[in-house]
Unconditional design. Sequence first.
Lengths: 313, 105
Amino acid sequence: VEFKDYYATLGVDRKAEQADIKRAYRKLARKYHPDVSKEPDAEAHFKEVSEAYEALHDPEKRAAYDSIGQRPQGGQEFRPPPGWNSGFEFSGRDSGLGSEADFSDFFESLFGRRTGAGVGRGAARSQTGDDHHAKIVIELEDSYTGAQRTISLRVPVADALGHITFQERQLDVTIPRGVREGQHMRLAGQGGQSGGAAGDLYLEVAFNPHGRFRVDGRDVYVDLPITPWEAALGASIVVPTPEGDVQVKVAPGSTPGRKLRLKGRGLPSDPAGDMYVVIRVAMPPADTPEAKEAYAAMQSAFPGFNPRSTMEA
Amino acid sequence: MKMAQSNSLQVVVVEQQVRFTLIELCQACHAEQSQLVELVELGALEPEGAAPDEWRFGGPALRRARTALSLSRDLDINVAGAALVLDLMDQIAELKSKLLRAGMR
């Protein structure tokens, strides 16, 4: 198990007062809260910060942590990894098991696996199992066509003694056509199984960032670089869309930033979204005598052209 | 009747196809009824229907409620503060969308 320096995580001294620890935590929690943060890996950071605070804000836990001393020298491991495993589909804060459900093995090796304090919360209120939440990342194209995806979830399960273990399970999911980023897919009866009826599973949809297309709700944007002469004279140009190439007419006299709307070529919906082709004009480099000559010829062809006319008093 | 089925899972898109009762939304958000009632009283959630047991929440309420609750829990702010954050987040989303339409990444 990798040693975790909780003081370093919170950026406080080992002798810090409890109040300092709380202040440091609050500040970092605001910075990295996944709902508001624009930091990369906000969720992972938030989890680390929460774990550090969980260990240090309680004087007893802090004393226990302090007693194991400093980070071991020379990359020594703290202890052999018991059941070290890969990524969690369920983040603890979303699992319905309370925010500590997936703290690190290091945390658990110190303070034990979580006992069932938070586990029964949902079940205690009703006979229905907890609803669970997870995230699913799909391709933009999946939303255009609909798709079948197999997803792996690591589900926290409490045994009779309230100890939590993780069970891997796979689900075959049909991605509905037209699903959008930030929307939730609900799978009835796939949540927590405690009590009588099972809870539901909610999958929050995110799109894998696309190198070419940008998505705004149901509308999709693509930049189309064209030459100055295509912009000036007009052209018929092949444009990629998530559904395949389409032929687009660029009108003579098109200016950069102009948007061409391809009606109904956005995400499927009722009505379907639109696709917008945004004109970008690329300047060819003047790196040969011929190219320089061509620019010089343009200069003499446009004696009255003054792009800065509006800047003059 | 909600039973786990091993084959072909029925998927619904919450934002488009689901309306929640108060109890269902509590279940989906792991919330106490009093917390959601407070969000309604603050205007952060706007269900249809007069009395709490007649309320019907549109699908987008799921995200709003979950976000407000997690902010309030994780950052130790009260529900009114979380509701304010929600409004600001809506504004940011609107601005981002404007930027995107204006052609910036």
